[in-house]
Design a protein around this ligand. Structure first.
Ligand code: NDP
Length: 449
């Protein structure tokens, strides 16, 4: 008779929790996963997947406009149905949710469609009051949008609700200027909204290379997206006509139809009972873990956004895999956080891997930077005055490429291969020794000066 109900009880069936559950079960563990909302988590249900599909939809606005330069007659104005796109996207989300659920079922993981909270090192309580025990608990409950404390914040939405809107707002103010703000600014702008981004600081996309972010800012402003900086959020007042009056520090009030908060995401640790097992949190509320994903309670582990290491799906998946392989597969594995590529699916998108120029200068001292600032061929024929910018940051002494940063069409598709090269420690000379693929945008990578 086993001592516990399960070998492993996973809280949260998002990207990380699903991978860990499936792999642990494949290694022979008896696994249950509790999910309070829908299997798939942030990425599948209300993040990366539906967002990327909206980005695809949004791109047609410019593509259809450009098409006339390529000989196509497209009626002007073209009509666009938000409801049709939204419903198709939500249908696709349902399909992937089904596929994730099926994967877990195939691996004989018990899916418990309820919230579970920790009640001790080896026990959890489900929403219906049932107690379950497990030799180990894995917390993979993700994060939620942080909303600044301010009067009237309840009148705003977050990216969670953006996928379900009845209509595209005519005027939207997005608070924040990070990933989500810039991606949704592009989406709503292309669908015809007047978009205002208001950020508390003077920067967009902190952490990305300065020149690349500046290029996005310039292009976004040229397209008609409005930016307000040093604009700490002060409050929202709902007017009689239903419009929202937004107060911002250092700026006149703004009247819009919708306010969206994109001001970072916080780990979902509140009310999770972690204190009952002595699990320590950091000042952001994230679970503190070691390289082996173990918390301060030896039987409780945590992966993904709830640990606030790098809030990206592929990182959570790696952590889930590493946890399951280490604990149940006899294959001790740690995740390597160096050279994780990232992209912002803005219009145009930007992407980067490795050190920015500023980071490299601080870390290495001697740095050489190569760049290519060019107008993609398609943009030239389309009469679109949008230039792409690629940057390669190298160690000045060895020529090793330590970072690549890009903005322009399709750069997220290009950066993945760059990440292999940067991770492999290739040098500028290795890039130069590679013959260009012509005509392409990516060929600029081997032609940089
Ligand atoms: P980000 O961390 O990217 O940006 C947060 C923005 O909100 C910044 O502009 C920041 O300003 C501002 N901000 C933070 N706190 C406050 C506050 N209290 N009041 C006012 N403004 C504030 O967060 P997002 O919400 O855009 O995204 C969350 C995370 O999700 C990202 O960090 C990323 O890891 C992940 N993500 C990844 C995507 C991708 O891979 N393409 C897409 C979407 C999300 P300041 O400039 O002052 O710091």
């Amino acid at each position: 008779m086993p001592q516990y109900d399960y070998d492993l009880f996973v809280l949260g069936a998002g990207s990380g929790g699903t991978r860990a559950s499936r792999v642990a079960a494949a290694h022979g563990a008896r696994v249950a996963v509790a999910e309070e909302y829908r299997v798939g988590g942030t990425c599948v249900i209300r993040g990366c997947v539906p967002k990327k599909l909206l980005v695809y939809g949004a791109h047609f606005a410019e593509d259809l406009r450009d098409a006339q330069h390529f000989g196509w007659d497209v009626p002007s104005p073209c009509s666009f149905s938000w409801q049709r796109l939204r419903d198709n996207v939500l249908k696709e989300v349902d399909r992937i949710n089904g596929a994730y659920t099926q994967t877990l079922e195939t691996h004989k993981v018990d899916i418990i469609p309820q919230r579970a909270v920790v009640t001790g090192p080896n026990s959890v309580r489900l929403a219906d009051g049932t107690e379950k025990t497990a030799e180990r608990i894995l917390v993979a409950v993700g994060a939620h949008p942080a909303i600044p404390e301010c009067p009237g914040h309840e009148h705003g939405i977050t990216s969670n609700e953006a996928f379900h809107l009845d209509a595209v707002p005519k005027r939207i103010l997005i608070a924040g200027a990070g990933y989500i703000a810039n991606e949704f600014a592009g989406i709503f702008h292309q669908f015809g909204a007047h978009v205002i981004l208001a950020n508390r600081s003077q920067e967009i996309l902190r952490g990305y290379d300065a020149q690349i972010r500046d290029r996005l800012l310039q292009i976004s402003m040229m397209k008609g997206i409005e930016f307000k900086f040093d604009a700490a959020f002060q409050g929202i007042e709902k007017l009689e006509d239903g419009c929202l009056k937004v107060s911002l520090a250092n700026h006149d009030p703004v009247i819009v139809d919708c306010v969206m908060f994109a001001t970072g995401r916080r780990p979902n640790t509140e009310g999770l009972g972690l204190e009952s097992a002595g699990v320590e949190l950091d000042e952001m509320g994230a679970i503190k873990v070691g390289d082996d994903n173990r918390s301060t309670c030896p039987s409780i582990y945590a992966i993904g956004d709830v640990t606030n290491r790098i809030q990206l799906t592929p990182v959570a998946i790696r952590e889930g895999q590493a946890f399951a392989d280490t604990v149940y597969g006899g294959k001790p594995t740690t995740v390597d956080y160096e050279c994780v590529p990232a992209a912002v699916f803005s219009h145009p998108p930007l992407a980067g891997v490795g050190l920015t120029e500023a980071q490299a200068r601080r870390k290495l001292g001697s740095v050489k930077v190569y760049s290519s600032d060019f107008r993609p061929m398609k943009n030239v024929l389309a009469g679109r005055n949008e230039r792409a910018l690629y940057k390669m940051v190298c160690d000045g002494d060895t020529g090793r490429v330590v970072g690549i940063h890009m903005i322009g069409p399709d750069v997220p598709e290009i950066i993945q291969a760059c990440a292999v090269a940067v991770k492999a420690g290739l040098t500028k000379a290795d890039f130069d020794a590679t013959v260009a693929l012509h005509p392409s945008m990516a060929e600029e990578l081997v032609l940089m000066r």
